[in-house]
Design a protein around this ligand. Sequence first.
Ligand code: SF4
Length: 316
Amino acid sequence: MYGLGEEWNPRKARDFSLGDYMGGEPRWCPGCGDHGVLATFQRVIRDSGLSPEKVVVVSGIGCSSRFPHYMKTYGFHSLHGRALPVACGIKSRRPDLDVFVITGDGDNCAIGTGHWIHALRYNMNLTILMLDNNIYGLTKAQTSPTTRRTAKSNTHPGGSFFVSLNPITVMLGITNRSFIAQSVDWHPSHLYETIRAAHKHKGASFVRILQRCPHFTPHAFDEVLKDPANLVLLDHPNGVKMPENQLKHFKNVLDHDPSDLPAARMMADKPHPFHVGVFFKDENAERYDLVTRQGRGMTPREKVEAVEKTLDLFTI
Ligand code: SF4
């Protein structure tokens, strides 16, 4: 990483290498999809020219939530399900930072559900990557909200009872959401373009990434891994537009304008085939981080006076 040498100047344009973002040696299992997501993520922020000291990676608890340890940026490995309130707090006070949230299906769609829904509704400028391996991996294979019906786990050895939660339909169903996308860990070029589009979007961008867990759910994604015809690429200049030379990796390509909410809902509702790309995007959704910026330029004296003025409203 750039040190504080004589040539260091925060306002000078700098070039970064991948090494500038690489933190500790990842301790995920061999073959875990998290490795690929980490490598792609580091490429995106390198190519976007983000200064490491201006990036914060916030996570909750789970295998994927070890992400901040493997980044040489600022990071916050928070509590189970609580990555989003931490990230919103950081963005509220430091809108100049690029804030990324890394969460998992157990972390985000169970204990973190309330924060998930309201963070998307508040639409602060965050990039949220949810790595979905269909299981609680860190705590050794318990059923998560996205575990498929009949899939066996340590909590449901006879098979999961319920139809799994669909994170995309949940997100499309709430108000003021502004960017909903889906990708997979084994298509680095698509993942790269999707994370890049999510980061460029001004608002809360939510990307669900199917993430292979060879240790506990080795067959969870067989349907799309073994037969690429079951995967449909949503290609559109307003969402993710894949480079021409990458289209050959997709057997099915659909022109989907992400401003078309009814079409997005219809696709998300169907379990087959599996769509990757940007389902929905609204650049005009209201943003709470623009509201919470107010008062940032005030002096400490002015802040105290403002608080006192507000408290005076409650004087009896
Ligand atoms: Fe990855 Fe699964 Fe191992 Fe966790 S248990 S590190 S998700 S392969």
